[in-house]
Ligand binder design. Structure first.
Ligand code: ADP
Length: 445
């Protein structure tokens, strides 16, 4: 059974329960407020009236008297039997019933039975007859009315409650249907770019939809990164694998001396190492992209960190180059130290690799409109304008860089790291004069 039907039935059941309880309560109260036997409260009402009768200088005073009370009708007569005061009830004429004081009698008028009770009040000057009548089934009449009303009203109340609850719960659960539909369509179409994007509806559902959207976003990233990893790995590992296999084949067929074998093994080991580095870098960048490995950002002094990292940096081959630094002090940032050292390492390593022999490198850090701007400049041959965008792509290398020992993943990694820090990267380059790489992330004020 759907949640909305359960809710509707529950509300309807509760309303029915409460109505029945109220009915029982009314009936019980009714029985307590009216004595069981109408005859006994008939006597009470008549005696009450007898106590309230007054004569003022021979005139009958009726201000205090009750001609009708709790189902009892009272009439007042003088000693001659003339009517002084009565409730105007035409269908109840008992004037021809003889007076008999202090006795309860049963009389019939029309098709109804009444109790009749007379009381003579002697007032010295004159006397008054009080005659009270009440229906023999007086209180049952009220109970009956209540029961009859309930039988008509209860089904009405229940129908209105049921329909109202169904309408409200249908409206409330509408956003839930949207969530389910989107989840199903994502599943059916295998399209993780779709989002629920719930703007209206109860807060809890909007939160749920938001959580789902965030989950879809994360899944999309993970699947994308995985897909890319698979395609990159199969593509990039193909060449070294082919070289290893060819080298093995060559050694088997042509190698004769131990020297020949050693040469082949060296060649294979070199390719193996290259593969291992490639896999390591590929995994690093994929994890970064997927966000599966956490890289917590901590607030620290970036100036100090860059100074120390630059001092500790040892280039693979310095080619007679000279590096100097220009670091503005006290720039505080939230960053991940191991990723940041990776950025500095990659940019410096590139500058040493692709810079001019005996040239210079400048590593700078400064504040720039509330951001920390790290830059690495060299006076190497530069990058052709048409390649300026490509350098950030995975595996892209300029033709002349192929033998540099790099994998083409360094700058792609720098870009990912900048994005993880909420920052950006770009480069400026003049062919023949040199390049400058920029890495900018938000700084603390
Ligand atoms: P890798 O260095 O492993 O080839 P990168 O992603 O670090 O990969 O760089 C991609 C390409 O960008 C390099 O192959 C090179 O052609 C170019 N490049 C990077 N840094 C510089 C630089 N300082 N000067 C000229 N070209 C550069």
């Amino acid at each position: 059974m759907s949640a909305k039907m359960r809710l509707t039935l529950w509300v309807t059941f509760m309303v029915m329960l409460v109505s029945v309880m109220v009915l029982v309560f009314i009936l019980v109260m009714n029985r307590h407020s009216l004595p069981e036997d109408p005859a006994s409260y008939l006597v009470d009402v008549v005696i009450d009236n007898a106590n309230d009768i007054e004569f003022d200088r021979g005139t009958f005073e009726w201000d205090e008297l009750s001609v009708y009370k709790r189902g009892v009708y009272c009439s007042f007569y003088n000693t001659e039997g003339e009517l002084l005061l009565s409730a105007n009830k035409e269908d109840m004429d008992f004037s021809n019933v003889p007076f008999k004081s202090n006795q309860i009698r049963t009389v019939r008028s029309g098709d109804k039975d009444f109790y009749l009770y007379d009381l003579y009040v002697d007032m010295e000057v004159s006397g008054v007859w009080i005659r009270g009548v009440v229906l023999t089934d007086s209180h049952i009449g009220i109970t009956d009315t209540i029961m009859r009303l309930t039988l008509i009203l209860l089904p009405l109340i229940l129908i209105v409650t049921f329909l109202g609850a169904l309408l409200i719960s249908s409206r409330t659960f509408k956003p839930m249907e949207k969530i389910v539909d989107t989840a199903n369509s994502i599943n059916d179409a295998d399209d993780l770019t779709d989002r629920i994007n719930l703007k209206h509806g109860p807060k809890e559902f909007r939160q749920l939809a938001g959580a789902f959207d965030r989950m879809f976003e994360r899944l999309e990233k993970i699947f994308d990164a995985e897909r890319q990893f698979t395609s990159d790995a199969s593509h990039e590992l193909r060449t070294p694998t082919a070289i290893i296999l060819a080298e093995c084949d060559r050694a088997k067929r042509k190698a004769k001396t131990a020297e020949d074998y050693r040469e082949s093994i060296d060649h294979i080991a070199e390719q193996g190492e290259r593969m291992s580095d490639l896999i390591e870098e590929l995994l690093g960048i994929t994890r970064l992209q997927q966000g599966t490995e956490r890289y917590p950002l901590r607030k620290a002094d970036l100036s100090e960190f860059v100074t120390v990292t630059a001092e500790e940096f040892v280039p693979a081959d310095d080619r007679g180059m000279h590096m100097d630094t220009e670091i503005e002090e006290g720039i505080m940032c939230s960053f991940n130290a191991s990723l940041m050292s990776r950025v500095i390492y990659n940019l410096l390593q590139n500058a040493y690799k692709y810079g001019r022999e005996n040239g210079y490198i400048r590593l700078a850090l400064r504040r720039d409109e509330g951001r920390a701007l790290l830059s690495v400049k060299d006076n190497g041959p530069g990058i052709a304008p048409e390649n300026m965008d490509r350098i950030w792509q995975r595996f892209w290398q300029a033709d002349e860089s192929r033998g540099s020992g790099g994998s083409g993943l360094g700058l792609a990694m720098v870009k990912e790291i900048a994005e993880l820090h909420g920052g950006s990267v770009w480069a400026e380059s003049t062919p023949g004069k040199g390049s400058e790489f920029y890495f900018s992330i938000p700084a603390e004020v």
